[in-house]
Design a protein around this ligand. Structure first.
Ligand SMILES: Cc1cc2nc3c(=O)[nH]c(=O)nc-3n(C[C@H](O)[C@H](O)[C@H](O)COP(=O)(O)OP(=O)(O)OC[C@H]3O[C@@H](n4cnc5c(N)ncnc54)[C@H](O)[C@@H]3O)c2cc1C
Length: 482
């Protein structure tokens, strides 16, 4: 079959489904590492390619929640993002230490990723071995065939590949009781990552934001930057808003010397953490230091937990963990505090029992009998993590055919240590790999850039195998200049 046939399958034809950070950086790493000619097809829909959900925002008040120094897209070039920022006139005179600690607008981080894509995958000076095809479309199914598989897109396009990478990213929040009736209601925003700013009630109205995490922070920042003067109510089970990043103290006592945190098991680990958190509090320091010090060990600890321990952690401790772990920049936090002090932001604790229409408004019923009424209600309860209830037709089809299967916790897809999918029969897939938020149940810590940059590189290495990897390319200054 001629190579010009997009549905043909041949060795060296790789398809990546999902063109956010994970998908694009997998392709970029293939371009850097391979000495063998490859043809990579990147299939992406809904979100701008390279930017994805997080960095596709058009709003400058949506900031990274990780400091610039830790946002390099490459695991082996830690200062790459900070050096790239220096190429912009708005950052080139900022003192080095200050720039490294800044929380940069996510839109600008999207520019960085777009630049990496353009330089490595689209420009004639990019890769000498990688040919890249970009397809804007919704992959809905995959049919395995001799030597690979054919991907079917919603418009009927067929793409052949010998290997397929699933980089489909975060799913929208799952529905809430009663929300299925509200899809066309003018006051209901089911997906907080679609623009909703043109649907604001007049100032003086009420907006409910369901969930108290980072997406709620985005919503409050947008309303403040638009000068909207009404009241925002936000609700979650515990009513905890994200904490602020802070400058920690040296605390060499954790992990205690000679102790491998992954050996402890959940009960002893919690005891140890609580002991050290209490000590830090006594010293007047922030106990979140312990959560930060856990980060290099988290994936290994999670993998050594028994299934019961993983489930107990998600049930009893995950909310507390998340609020300490996923923090926001001090300036954003200060704005949030001001909104609370002035009464523009009111935080409630309670379980959402139902959402119901009441004329042009919506009523949200909480446990304990409390009801909140909103002129606009945004579902910001966080991405769906029940894998079997995925809203992705592609993932539903792959699950149905047993080509992928949920991990033990059922939060994502089951993978081997090199990110090769394990299928329903317990076999390593000859076709599929997965990375990013799909690995939540396997790794727990798998959604932010500091983890995803390593995963993208590892995925590229798995695809190539040891014999197709060329020696490490020297990081040239030109690459910093993109
Ligand atoms: C609002 C928000 C803010 C965040 N902020 C930060 C931050 O400041 N710092 C940080 O480190 N991390 C942040 N994150 C975490 C974020 O998940 C990762 O940094 C990263 O963007 C995830 O990239 P991804 O490629 O895995 O997924 P995504 O960015 O979600 O990209 C997946 C892409 O695949 C496409 N896709 C899915 N299914 C199909 C299909 N069937 N066919 C075709 N295309 C498909 C999607 O439309 C999307 O374009 C944030 C996340 C969110 C949601």
């Amino acid at each position: 079959m001629p190579d010009s046939d997009p549905s043909s399958i041949r060795p060296g034809k790789i398809a990546i489904i999902g063109g956010g950070f994970s998908g694009i950086m997998t392709a970029v790493n293939l371009a850097r590492l391979s000495w063998k000619p490859l043809h990579v097809t990147i299939i992406n829909h809904r979100r701008p390619t390279a930017r994805g959900v997080a960095y596709g925002t058009r709003r400058m008040e949506h900031l990274l929640n990780v400091a610039a120094r830790n946002m390099s897209a490459y695991p082996d070039l830690p200062d790459h993002f900070v050096n790239w920022l220096r190429t912009r006139s708005d950052y080139d005179t900022v003192p080095e230490l200050e720039l490294r600690e800044r929380f940069i607008p996510r839109m600008i981080y999207g520019d960085y990723l777009r630049g990496l894509m353009q330089h490595n995958l689209q420009s004639p000076t990019g890769s000498d071995v990688l040919r890249t095809t970009f397809i804007e479309g919704d992959a809905i199914d995959v049919h395995p065939q001799e030597g690979g598989a054919v991907i079917v897109l919603a418009d009927g396009t067929r793409v052949g590949a010998s290997r397929i990478v699933l980089a489909t990213g975060n799913e929208p929040p799952s529905g809430l009781p009663g929300a299925e009736e509200l899809q066309d209601h003018p006051a209901w925003i089911g997906n907080p990552w679609h623009p909703w700013e043109n649907r604001l009630p007049p100032s003086g109205g009420t907006i409910l934001v369901l969930g108290t995490g980072l997406t709620t922070v985005d919503a409050v920042m947008t309303l403040r930057s638009l000068g909207w003067q009404g009241v925002v109510h936000t609700v979650s089970r515990n009513g905890w808003l994200p904490h602020s990043h802070f400058r920690g103290i040296e605390y060499p006592d954790f992990p205690p010397p000679g102790v491998d945190l992954a050996d402890l098991g959940l009960k002893k680990l919690v005891e140890l953490m609580e002991h050290h958190c209490a000590r830090l509090r006594e010293m007047g320091a922030n106990p979140a230091i312990i959560v930060d010090k856990m980060r290099p060990h988290t994936q290994r600890i999670w993998q050594r937990f028994t299934l019961e321990e993983r489930l107990e952690f998600t049930k009893r401790y995950a909310a507390r963990w998340n609020v300490l772990r996923h923090r926001i920049g001090p300036e954003t936090h200060a704005q949030l505090t001001t909104a609370q002090l002035t009464g523009h932001l009111q935080v409630h604790a309670g379980s959402i029992e139902s959402v119901k229409a009441d004329g042009n408004q919506l009523r949200v019923h909480l446990s304990g009998g409390k009801t909140l009424t909103g002129d606009l209600v945004i579902n910001a309860t966080g991405p769906n993590t029940k894998f079997k209830q995925t809203s992705s037709l592609l993932l539903q089809n792959l699950l149905h055919r047993g080509l992928i299967t949920p991990d033990e916790t059922e939060m994502g897809a089951r993978v081997d240590t090199d990110y090769t999918i394990i299928n329903r029969d317990g076999q390593r897939s000859e076709i599929f790999l997965a990375l990013g938020p799909l690995l939540r149940g396997t790794l727990w810590e798998t959604i932010a850039v500091p983890e995803l940059r390593g995963q993208s590189r590892r995925t590229a290495e798995t695809l190539l195998g040891p014999t197709a990897i060329r020696s490490e390319p020297e990081p040239v200054m030109m690459e910093y200049m993109i």
